[in-house]
Every structure is written in structure tokens, then in C-alpha cells.
Design a binder for this molecule. Sequence first.
Ligand code: SF4
Length: 631
Amino acid sequence: MIKFLKKPIILLIQMDIQKFNSNRNISFLRIRPCDSDNEIYLNSRKKEGTSSFVVKDDLKLNLNNIHNKNFQTISKTLDIDSDFWFIDDENWKEFNSLNSKRLIYTISDNKEEALEILSRLKPGVVLVNNIEQLSFLSNLNFNKSFYTAKYVNEIEEADRYINNGIDSIWLRDWSIEDINKLQNLSDYNLYETTLISSKFSINEARQEFSKETFTRFLLTKDVRGYKRMETNWYPGSGQNIPKLKNFSFNNISNFESKEFAEIIQKIQTNEEISDEDLKNLFLTSGSKVNQIANIANELNIQKNGDRVTFVKNRNINYTNQCYYKCGFCGFSKGPHSLNLKEKPYSIDIEEVVERTIEAYEMGASEVCLQGGIHPDYTGNFYLEMVTKIKEKLPNMHIHGFTPLEIWQGAETIGKSVEEYLILLKDAGLNTLPGTAAEILDDRIREYLCPDKITSSQWGYVMEVAHGLGIKSTATIMFGHIDDVDSWVNHFSLIRRIQKNTNGFTEVVPLPFVHMGSPIFLQGKSMTGPTWDEIVLIHSLARIYFNNSINNIQASWVKLGHDGAGKLLHAGVNDLGGTLINENISRASGADHGQETTQDQFIDIISSENKTPYLRNTLYTEFSNLENVKQF
Ligand code: SF4
């Protein structure tokens, strides 16, 4: 057995280097031994922020009670069906057949045993007990599959381990004040994770864990993989946005990539940021979110001044019957839908025309047409609808049909996408909505909307439409089973298309409204994005599409008036449409109204010290509505 030397020279050199390693991100886990499985005990641990428990065999606790409260667990024995297990030099061989990412190795001073375990079993986490063990691990010269962790009891101890290169600190009984004190002590960032979110992506967790554990994992993480902070607010909740520190809600979990300052410099010198830069910025958490929002605000002011726009429009969802199986869709009421709150309906073309005339008489300049894919619909249905509206109202702007409807419409009448779009354009179709995009990453679409058109098909329809002079919007739905890579892939595809076609008029981030969504009700999705993620995605849309897409819209339907208003200082310059009759978000549980009137828009915009403008769909005509209230 080789014991550690008292003062190994090579290790001291390593430690000195790490002392100067600034701008590091250190994860923290709030964990404690579990003393009881009763409701009062578990609720109070939850309230104090504990996310994980160490479960001892001798207490014979009811694990279901603990897991039902969304705690994650570690035990020392395979007899306990915990999420992770502690292994050591004595028992590690018993765990040979398990996923090594779920093993936490409590290292001893026995180097040879440690090497054997680390190289054979490849545990996901190594829990150290002293600085020498940490230095030994830092100096290993093989690819490490683990991160290092240490229980720390005091600020000084935590600081010492951080300065010596620990990856994660485990906190028992730490108050928020003490975590903040530690955070403020130096230039490192502390960000909070859960055990599972620190080791598993959503796709990996779906494969690895039971359905119940997968649900627990989804409910306790945000899209970026950080621990989700408890709040009553979520998209569509109808609640006011949570109390913020400037723009950010989660102020105890801070993360910035080590390239953060360099990327900010790029933005400030008007250099285009790369996809990798975008990914780094999407990972930002805590106070640095404010910096990104402020930069987005400046870019918006440079482009649009204090002008904030909206359009008068009517949404007509002609049917809620659909033969597609999108897991997130609370709107479709077809045979595959699980959320049968409303009866299936279809509106015939005459009724669509009537409703369009009614909207026109109320001052709407646009009618937005989209709906489920009814089994009886062919491409001729959409063509006839456009033709009949234009016969009555040649000046009404028809913003209609998702790329899915275009694809399916073309297919059902034996036309190519291009041929079909030409027919629609000739009939009077003006622009396409950018919906059906959801998240443009087929890794995610495979589980979110498996039979829908793929990302490439969506992009293809848009490119062909733009090539024919039919402009469109671009949307992204986020906060369900997506990840940061999928956000980057989505933004990247939109920007590449835009550089070829210049056909996107706006970007519209759509936070996922989870409450009535089948995928959530089945325990297979997150509860929407966090507020901080909403700020990030709007701000970074402004930054990433700077010089390519001028307009970033906030959806009042998903965010409420106060949420959308707040984003007017984070890069957003448009609030969308009045949307008389908005059905889709309500069907997924959104609690905001069906319509926002012109007066309400004027109030929201003016109260944020911006100037309200009515616009047309294409952002080519604007009317100043300052001091105008029409009703
Ligand atoms: S999102 Fe659209 S295509 Fe998918 S099920 Fe719902 S209505 Fe159908």
C-alpha cells in the first residue's frame, strides 16, 4: 500500500497554479442525512432548499415518501432503491453491473486501490476527505469520467477546497446567507445542481431511470441543468412574475463560461457571435443574466429606439382535430390526445370568412390561420380558404398555415412544396407563421413530436417560401424536454436560412405552457422554462440575430402583460397581436386572456416608458399611438 507523502513537491506546484485559476464555476449540492420520512420533516427540508438525502439502512425509511417529495437519494447498499450509491474500497465490486455514473466513490488514502476503482469502475463522482486526495485526483493523467466533491461545513473550508480545484461542494445545513457570503468571497461562481442533473442529460436519464425517477429529475431541473428554484410563477400561470433582482430571479446560483468576457467584448464591437459563443451565453446563470439583458436592451435601442409595436389581428383555429401525435399539444383533440377537456370542433370555410370580416370591421389588418391537421383536410381546403377570404377582403393580410400544413397540404394534392406555395400565393396568401418549429433539433423532436416534419423539412418549407417572396416569422418553443444544445441548433438554423433568404421578419420565443400538456401530465416534461431562461432566450435572440432579424417578440399569451412588459428592457421590441380568440395556449392551460386590446397594449408599453406603435404584419408601416386611446 502506498501512502501519501507529507509534502509532495509536484502536488504543491499544482495547488499553486490552481490558486490563480480565476473565473471558475463550482457546483454546489444541498444534501443532508435523512432522519425521517414524515410529511412535516420532508416539507421543512424542502423549504430550506435541500435537494438530496443520504439514506441509511438502519432507519428503514419509506423511500416512496421521500421520492414523492422530489428528493434525490444516495445510500450505501443495493438493498435500498436509491438514485445513487456510495462505494468504497471494500464494497465496490458489488456495484460492477450498475451504471457507473450513479456511483459515488468515497476515496481513501490507498492510491493503488483508488486507481483500480477509478480505471475499472469509472464512478461518476469521487468524494474526497482531504486536500491530498484532491491533489492526487487532479494529477491523474487519464481521461476523467468523474467530478470531485467534498462535504464542507464552513466558509473557510469551502474556500480552501475551491482554491485547490474541487468541482463540487456538498453543503449540509447551510443558510442562503452563508452561501451568498461564500459566493461573494472570491471571483468564482457557485451554481446549484441536483445529483441527477449534474450527471445525466434528459435523453440519458430517460433511458437510465424508472419513469417515476425521470419525472422527479424533470421537475427539479431547469433547461440548463441547474436546480430549479421553487416558485409559483411559470409561463401561463396568470401570476405576476416573481420578485427579481434586476432581471434575474435565481440569485444564489451563478454561472458564467470562462469565455464570457471575451464574448461580451465581441458583441460590444459588433462582431457576430458564433454558435459556440451562443451556447456559452445560454449557460449563464445568476447576476450575469442581467449583463446580457442590458446589452440586448442597448442593441434594441440602437435598432428601434423606444418604439414598441403590436399588430391588430385575429387568430382563427379552424379545427382542434389532428392526426399528429405531438406530445406537448393540449390543443389537438384527435384520437391520440390525452387531454380531452374540449369537444372536437371544426369550423367550415364560410365561418372562417365571416370571422375574418368581423375582425376586419373591428380594425384588424391581419388574420392568422392555423389549426390541427384534420384527417379530411387536403391542400385544397387551405387554398379554398385563402381564395374565399380574398374574394371578400382583398386587403386583409393572410398570415396562414404552418410549414407542417404546407407540407401536408402539398402532399395530399400531389404537388411539390414549391408548386403548392405558388398556388397559395396566387390565391392571396401573404405570409407564413413560424409555428410547428417547436424546437429545431431532431434529437428532441423524436420524443416531443415524433411524426411531425423534421427540422430540415421545416427549414426547407421556409427557404422555398422566402424564395417565392412569402416572408415568415420564426418561433422557438422551449422549456419542455429541450436542452441548451437544442436552443443553439434552433437559432443556428434560423440564422443560416436568414442569411440566404432574408425572409424572417421576427423571432418569437414561446415558453412552454405545461399545465394541460399531455407530455407533462404523463410526467415526461419540465414545467416550462424558468424566468431567467426566458430573459436569456429573448436577450440572446436580440444579440445573436443582431444585423439579421430586427424584431424580437414577447408572447403576452404565455408571459402575461407584466412578464412581456419586463422583457421590453431585455431586447424585445414587439408584443405580437391583439389575437381575438386565442385557443392554442389556453388549451395547454395558459391563464391569460384571449385578447389584449389596443388600449391595453398602449398601457403596457407606456408604463415601461416606451412608445406604442401599431404596425402591419411585415413591419413596413407604423402608426404612433402615443397618447391615443381609441375605445
Ligand atoms: S401541435 Fe399541431 S400538429 Fe401537433 S398535435 Fe397539436 S395541432 Fe396537431
